[in-house]
Design a protein around this ligand. Sequence first.
Ligand code: GLU
Length: 383
Amino acid sequence: MRGLSKRVKTMKPSSTVAVNAKALELRRQGVDLIAMTAGEPDFDTPQFVKDAAARAMAAGKTKYAPPAGIPELREAISAKFKRENGLEIPPDQTVVTVGGKQALFNLFQAILDPGDEVIVIGPYWVSYPEMARFAEGVPVEVNTGPESGFIPDPAEVEHKITPRTKAIVLNSPGNPTGAVYPKEVLIAIAELANKHDLYIVSDEIYEHLIYEGEHFSPAHVAPDRTITINGAAKAYAMTGWRIGYAGGPKDVVKGIVDVSSQSTTSPDTIAQWAMVEALNNVEEAQKFISMAREAYRARRSIIVDGLNALGLPTPQVNGAFYVLSDVSKIDPDENQAALKLLNEARVAVVPGTDFAAPHHVRFSYATSEVNIRKALERIASIL
Ligand code: GLU
């Protein structure tokens, strides 16, 4: 047997996905576990979206879709960019993908040649550097810490730009930090892209989950070179439907579509019709989003105050549904700390290692207040 490719052998599987799968398996075995692993809303998908999927199925909309997505959804995405972000992105510059994740994966395949550098701002979502590496690119890290609220200094970003730099990845509100970058920072970084002829990859999947401050799309500053990524999962509690999308320069979007056409063909057709409704039924969608956001806001206070009171330093951040907590008090090695939390407290978290956040673990507070309080009690009992 000649074995697997180097590319696959050197790829790290996603730790967020792996840790969550482990938590689900333990639960299936009857272990009383509080899973604060995956970034997955605990709310059910809103009924009006499910109804649209049922209607689509009943109407026989169950066949292949074009690789860029059904035209009705591309129109809805274009209208959403205009309505919610003030961006002019025509439907033919949008693409529907199998989750935001596929948009990013295909994008790196589309824009990177071997050795091209991609600037990622740590602590970052585990998949950015691995996707860049899988496309034979080289991730280059800019690190941020709790002292700056995980906000990057644009001068430091510029310092990392070389003749091989191809793109800068931005993710505000961010996973795993929850940081919402100030508008000036986003503008300054997007201006760097203009100055140095780079792409901006702006992952805006958490845009609706902001508790203080406002969302800003860097595509306003660098419209010809920004690829804005978003999706159904976090805003509409549709993680399992696997619908993401991107909007950006025509040739880049075509690249993303071409990679889809040779891999997944198109995202699920029924789910695309459900997404048309999620985007176009603005009133119902806003009701759902506001309800979820207020619930997360309340949970954020409970977890941040609770962890700090236990002596686990946890900065208050303004977005998404994650906190990064310094768990040195449990064990200076974050993997050991996460194991201890799992085995002794029965609280599942993601160790910070693959996020470039040593000594930290990520708690997702997309779980009920009751669960968060129970988790805090359990952690207190092992300290
Ligand atoms: N993005 C979510 C997380 O970080 C979902 C899992 C994944 O795809 O990484 O937990």
